[in-house]
Design a protein. Structure first.
Length: 118
């Protein structure tokens, strides 16, 4: 390419107003309006993101509640568990021994040891 083919800046292709530096300076009112619009869009995006996070939390909570309900519906449908630490019904009953006397086996008998003397 030769230098003779180059044209001066004023001739040749026309430039758009943005490229030529014909941009109007924004007034204070326009700047404030643009800032408001930007903040409004930003707030909408934030609200949408928070809504999505809340929906995810709710779905996880519902999964857990369904699982929990399933577990308890299988094990104790209308059945109240009796605590092993509840007060015994009989006088000879012991607290904290939940399986004694159940399933046909009696309570384990331990012999009384005498004091050892030398």
């Amino acid at each position: 390419m030769t230098v003779s083919l180059l044209l001066p800046v004023g001739q040749g292709q026309k430039r758009s107003g943005e490229d030529a530096g014909l941009i109007k300076p924004k007034s204070k009112r326009d700047k404030i309006a643009a800032e408001r619009e930007y903040k409004k869009k930003k707030a909408q995006k934030k609200a949408q993101r928070l809504k999505q996070l809340e929906e995810e939390r709710e779905s996880e909570k519902n999964k857990w509640l369904d699982f929990n309900a399933k577990i308890f519906s299988k094990t104790s449908k209308g059945k109240v568990k009796k605590s092993i630490f509840a007060t015994p019904d009989s006088v000879s009953g012991r607290v904290g021994v939940g399986t004694c006397g159940k399933s046909g086996k009696p309570m384990t008998q331990f012999p009384q040891h005498e004091k050892w003397k030398k």
